[in-house]
Design a protein around this ligand. Sequence first.
Ligand SMILES: [Zn+2]
Length: 241
Amino acid sequence: MPLFGKGRKGPDQPTTPPILEDVPAQDFILKLSYSAKSSESVRIKTSPSAVARLARMLDGYSQGEPELVEPYPLEFTQAAPFIARMPAAAEWLTYHRKRLPMTRHALVVLESVDAIDLAFDTFVGCLLDGELDTSGYPDYNAIVGGVASHWDEITGDMIVRAVVGWGGKGARGDTDRNAARILAGLFGNIQADQHALGVVAVERPVAGTKATGVVCGHCGFNSGHERAFYCPKCGMRMARG
Ligand SMILES: [Zn+2]
């Protein structure tokens, strides 16, 4: 139903003014920019302490206690930090509402640019450089991040890489260089892990469709990989039908 009726026009009413192409206007703009760097991946022999050891890989760089973020549970398959999109935003907030403000900031940066994918990645991170404001949120010049890992679908080894991110309303001139330095340090820590087996080129796990994938009996992750023996998300051996 139209908001305004056509209305009858009397003979003494003024005619419609011509449509202007340009009217005085006030402009508004917000420029947001997020950046991230990811290192090569290191294969690490799985052990019961594997996930606990991830936090140790931030030693020497963490400014505060690293927080562990496990992959999204199955009921949050659409979660993403894009505030206007539903149900992505609602799922994202539900899963991350109790985390540290710093961790939520890091996840917004790293997930927005696709540097981590919590469909299967486990992330351990914190503030790495810069300062937090009084509410606990990083300043625009802060560098955040840590390590991300998933399990190799063939061998069940842990595949770990360093990730750093920064940005918001601008960045400092030396942020990119600082981020590269921190990334190199974290990568060194990963390689120094006692169970590290060396640098590997591993493709990102691909989520399969219900019809084709091998579904993990433990966490429900649907792997699109034909030869998936281990679940990339929870590391358990895939039950095969
Ligand atoms: Zn699983």
